[in-house]
Every structure is written in C-alpha cells, then in structure tokens.
Design a protein around this ligand. Sequence first.
Ligand SMILES: NC(=O)C1=CN([C@@H]2O[C@H](COP(=O)(O)OP(=O)(O)OC[C@H]3O[C@@H](n4cnc5c(N)ncnc54)[C@H](O)[C@@H]3O)[C@@H](O)[C@H]2O)C=CC1
Ligand SMILES: CCCCCC(=O)/C=C/[C@H]1C=CC(=O)[C@@H]1CCCCCCC(=O)O
Length: 265
Amino acid sequence: MQIKDKVAFITGAAQGIGKAVTDALLQKGAYVAVCDVDSDTGEQTVTEFAKQYGDDRVIFLHCDVTKKDSIKSAMQRTTDKFGRLDIIGNNAGITNEKQYDLCVDINLGGVVRGTWLGLDFLRKDKGGNGGVIINMASMAGLMAVPMVPTYAATKAGVIGFTRSWGASMDYDQHQVRVNCICPGFTDTQMTKEETVEEKRAKGLLHSEALVAIMSESLKLSTNAVADVFIQLVEDDTKNGAVMALVSEQPVQEVKFPDIFTNVEK
Ligand SMILES: NC(=O)C1=CN([C@@H]2O[C@H](COP(=O)(O)OP(=O)(O)OC[C@H]3O[C@@H](n4cnc5c(N)ncnc54)[C@H](O)[C@@H]3O)[C@@H](O)[C@H]2O)C=CC1
Ligand SMILES: CCCCCC(=O)/C=C/[C@H]1C=CC(=O)[C@@H]1CCCCCCC(=O)O
C-alpha cells in the first residue's frame, strides 16, 4: 500500500514505539490518529507533530483499548475527521505480572478488539477500502520467559491471532492484511532501568534479575521498529507475517513448522 494520504489509527501512540510509528507514517505523508489513555502525553505528542507536519495531519484521541466502545468511537472519530481509514496499529501494551488480568486485557484483548472493530471500518465488502492491521507482539511471544509469563502469553496470543487472520479464507472479500512485529528490548519507558526497578519493587515484575538483564541489554531504537511497521504497510505480499527483530541483527520473518505435512495420512 502506498502510504501518502492514507489514514492511520495507532494505539499506545503517546510515547515510545507508537510515537515513532506515528512519526514514520507522517513522514510518508499519512494522516494519523494518535490514540492513548494518557491524554497529557498524547496531546503533547500531537502538538509536537502538528508543528512539524501540519495540524490537519494529526489528532489525539483518548482511547482505552480495554473498552470496545472507546475503540469504536475513536475509530469513528478518525473516519469523521479524515474521511477514511486504511491502517491500524494495535500497539498499546503494558508489563504487569501482579495485575495479570489487566495485562491480558490490554496486550491481547486490545489487539483482538482493535482488529475485529477495525475490520468493520476497513473491509472492502462492508464499504471500506481494504487495508492493513499491524499488531505489536514481542520476542517474548516466541520464547519461554519465566520472568514475565503473563506478558509472554499475551504476546504469543497476538502472534497466533495475527497468523490466523493472515490465513483468512475470506481475504478476497475483505482485503485486509494482518501482520505482527516481534521486537526484542527496545529503548522506551517500558525498559528504562528506573521504570523496571520501580515495577520490580512493587511486585509488578516476576524477577529481580530482570533489572540487571535489561540494563545490560543492547536495545533497539524505536525508529528501527517503526521501519518494520512501514515495510509491512507498504509490502502488499505480507499477510500473516511475523517479523522478528533484535538489536544488531537484520529483521527476519519467522517461519513456523507445518506439523501437518509430517503426519501420515
Ligand atoms: N519496549 C520494549 O522493549 C518492547 C515493547 N514491545 C511492545 O510494544 C508496545 C509499545 O511499548 P512501548 O512503546 O515500549 O511502551 P510505552 O510504555 O512507552 O508505551 C505504551 C503506551 O501504551 C499506552 N497504553 C497503556 N494502556 C493503554 C490502554 N488501556 N489503552 C490505550 N493505550 C494504553 C500507554 O499510555 C503508553 O503511551 C507494547 O505492546 C509492548 O509490549 C514489544 C517488544 C519490546
Ligand atoms: C527476551 C524477551 C524480549 C522481550 C521484549 C519485550 O517485549 C520487552 C518487554 C520488557 C519490558 C519490561 C518487561 O517486563 C518486559 C519483558 C522482559 C522479558 C525479560 C526476558 C529476559 C530474558 O529471559 O533474557
């Protein structure tokens, strides 16, 4: 898909990876709705981008991905404002092993809701233009991560959900591609040493070792993750793709074994 003049809806876009994705889309000439529960930071981000790209290009919308009505009304306001919707980035996410139900509700529930509700706006067979949905998973969804088991499970869920949509038998009717990204540690608020230490002290993370591991890790830049997002929007051959990227290595599409090919019929 050519990004110029297309309309994007990005959750968790007030800061971090979502903010970098917004910047990359604006650079390519898109219109973007910056959606987040954090209105103060979200408004600041939009003011910053409006100065750079024009105030007709970007809006802030308060949106809580744990609530269907909130997502639906933010999507409606996006199409009312910009006249169409083409790209959805289900990016909002948290780490919180103490409130494991909230972690599931945001990280997996938010992606599931954002995809189903987004499809109603994008589907070609329901008056949309077709489009692309990109879900933010994590390397934690591809590995065993004993320090954050709930977080890892939510991200594995995002991968399964994305791959299943990518295998949709109705693609010709809806024409919506669904892909996901699995970044390793990325330089955002989520992986700041103070944030992680603070969370560990409150019992929100499962292990003390995490602080040490994260402070020693080489982190990806948010721009590196945003580049993969742009690649997935632009490359019309990608559907159900799971893109893994870790610091200092080229991005790789993860290939999964087809266990059924080895089963004796
Ligand atoms: N930072 C990292 O190392 C990695 C992050 N990720 C994933 O990338 C995504 C973005 O993470 P970061 O930018 O690092 O985090 P961040 O903490 O900097 O940003 C997350 C944003 O999500 C928003 N948010 C939280 N709950 C929300 C809700 N209910 N509704 C709407 N917005 C909500 C926050 O207000 C915040 O602006 C998350 O899904 C995260 O799991 C994946 C791999 C690595
Ligand atoms: C190795 C998994 C990479 C995870 C990338 C990611 O999503 C990071 C998120 C972290 C931010 C705060 C956390 O609690 C998150 C998960 C940390 C996973 C730690 C794994 C350490 C290891 O086993 O090497």
